[in-house]
Design a protein around this ligand. Structure first.
Ligand code: HBI
Length: 367
C-alpha cells in the first residue's frame, strides 16, 4: 500500500508533567511551554492527549488531571551526589500511581519530569514510556538510571539538543533530538525595534542574569527582564550590586504580554552559566524577528546562526556580548522570523515527536 494511504495510527497519549510546580506557575520553566506546544502539535495531527500535573495547574484549551501532593525539589539546587529523595505524600509518586491505574487506556506515556522515579518505574509498566530529558546532566543517580533505560528500552529517551545529550554518560544509541517548537501565530514580527535589550528566564544562578545586567550598563541600553524569580536572594544580590543599572523587572508574563515587550527589543541576551538543554526563549525571540546574542554553550549554540540570526560569543565573556550588541545592525530581522518558521513551528515539532513515537512503537513491535 503506498505510504500516503497507510492510515496514520492515532496515538492515545498520557503526558506526565514536571513535579516541581503547577503548570502556569512558572516554576516548571521551559517544560510548561514544551508540554503545551507538544500537546497542541499532537492533537493537531489527530492524536489524543491527557495531561497529568500537580494541583493548581491550568493550560488554556486543555483540561488537566490535577494530582495533589508535595512538590519535588528542583534538581538544579541539589548536588551531583545528593541521594534520590521524595517528600512525604510526593506529588511525583502520586502522578505515577495515577498513571499505573490508567495505563491500559493509552498507547504511550510521555514523561516530562527530570526525576529518578519515572525512569526507575519504566520496567513496571506494560505500555512504552517516552522520556523527554529537559536539562543537562545534574545528578549521578539520574544519569545512571537514564543510561540503564536507554539500554533496556532503546529509542525511548529524547533530548532537546546534541550538546545537552553529550553531558550524559553511557547512553545507548540512537539518540533523538526533539529541539522544541512554538505556536508562531502568538508572536508578532517587529522590524523597527527600540534601543533596548531583553532577558528572559527563571531568575536563578545557573542563568547568570548578572552578566546581562553588566551588558546593559556597558551599552547604556535598558534591559527588560522577564521571568519567574526562582531564587530571591540571588535577585536581591544583583539589585544591591548594580543599584543604578538601567534594568526593569517586568515579572513572569503571559506569552502575549512577553512577546509584546520582546518584539520591540534590539536583541535578546542569553547568558547560560550551565549547559542549557535548549533555550525556548531563543526561539520565542526569533519568532518576533529579534536577534539572539548568547554564550556559545548548550542549546542556544545549536539554535542561533552566528552572524545571521544573532551572535554566539565565548562563554562568560561579557565584553564579547557587548561587542556583539554593537554589530546588531548587520542582522536582517526577517532572517530571524524565517528561521523560526522553518525549524521551530508547531508542525515541525509535531513531525519530530510523531516520528520518534513511531520509532518507539516499531521497535517494541506495536506498529
Ligand atoms: N527539577 N526535580 C526536578 N524535576 C523536574 O522535572 C524539573 C526540575 N527542575 C527544573 C525543571 N524540571 C524545568 O524547569 C526545566 O527542566 C526546564
Amino acid at each position: 500500500m503506498p505510504d500516503n494511504l497507510i492510515p496514520q495510527r492515532r496515538f492515545n497519549l498520557l503526558f506526565l508533567s514536571t513535579p516541581v510546580g503547577a503548570i502556569g506557575s512558572g516554576l516548571g520553566g521551559g517544560v510548561e511551554l514544551s508540554i503545551h506546544n507538544t500537546a497542541k502539535a499532537m492533537i493537531h495531527r489527530g492524536h489524543s492527549v491527557e495531561i497529568v500535573a500537580p494541583s493548581g495547574s491550568h493550560l488554556d484549551g486543555f483540561s488537566i488531571t490535577q494530582i495533589s501532593g508535595n512538590l519535588q525539589i528542583i534538581a538544579q539546587s541539589q548536588e551531583r551526589s545528593t541521594p534520590i529523595n521524595l517528600p512525604v505524600n510526593s506529588v511525583l509518586a502520586n502522578m505515577w500511581e495515577y498513571a499505573r491505574q490508567v495505563e491500559n487506556k493509552f498507547d504511550l506515556i510521555v514523561n516530562f519530569a527530570y526525576d529518578w522515579l519515572p525512569f526507575y518505574l519504566t520496567p513496571f509498566f506494560s505500555i512504552p514510556i517516552a522520556h523527554i530529558v529537559s536539562m543537562g546532566s545534574l545528578s549521578d543517580a539520574l544519569d545512571q538510571t537514564i543510561a540503564q533505560i536507554s539500554h533496556k528500552f532503546p529509542h525511548t529517551i529524547g533530548f532537546c539538543t546534541a550538546s545537552q545529550a553529550a553531558t550524559f554518560p553511557n547512553l545507548n544509541s540512537p539518540l533523538y533530538y526533539l529541539s522544541n517548537g512554538i505556536d508562531l501565530s502568538l508572536y508578532k514580527f517587529c522590524s523597527q525595534p527600540r534601543q533596548q535589550l531583553a532577558w528572559l528566564g527563571r531568575i536563578s544562578p545557573e542563568k547568570a542574569l548578572e552578566d546581562a545586567v553588566q551588558v546593559a550598563i556597558q551599552t547604556d541600553m535598558q534591559l527588560k527582564i522577564m521571568g519567574k524569580i526562582q531564587d530571591e536572594s540571588y535577585w536581591q544580590q544583583i539589585c544591591h550590586k548594580y543599584p543604578h543599572a538601567p534594568i526593569e523587572y517586568l515579572g513572569f508574563l503571559s506569552t502575549d504580554k512577553m512577546q509584546e515587550i520582546v518584539r520591540q527589543c534590539a536583541a535578546l541576551i542569553m547568558t547560560p552559566r550551565w549547559v542549557e538543554a535548549f533555550g525556548n526563549v531563543a526561539i520565542e525571540a526569533l519568532a518576533c524577528g529579534v536577534p539572539v546574542i548568547s554564550y556559545r554553550r548548550g542549546g542556544p549554540s545549536e539554535i542561533i546562526k552566528d552572524g545571521e540570526t544573532g551572535f554566539l560569543v565565548e562563554p562568560d565573556n561579557v565584553y564579547q556580548l557587548v561587542n556583539a550588541v554593537s554589530k546588531l545592525n548587520t542582522i536582517n530581522r526577517l532572517n530571524c522570523r524565517q528561521q523560526a518558521e522553518q525549524e521551530f513551528s508547531l508542525d515541525a515539532l509535531g513531525t519530530r515527536f510523531e516520528s520518534w513515537f513511531q520509532a518507539i512503537f516499531q521497535y517494541s513491535g506495536l506498529l
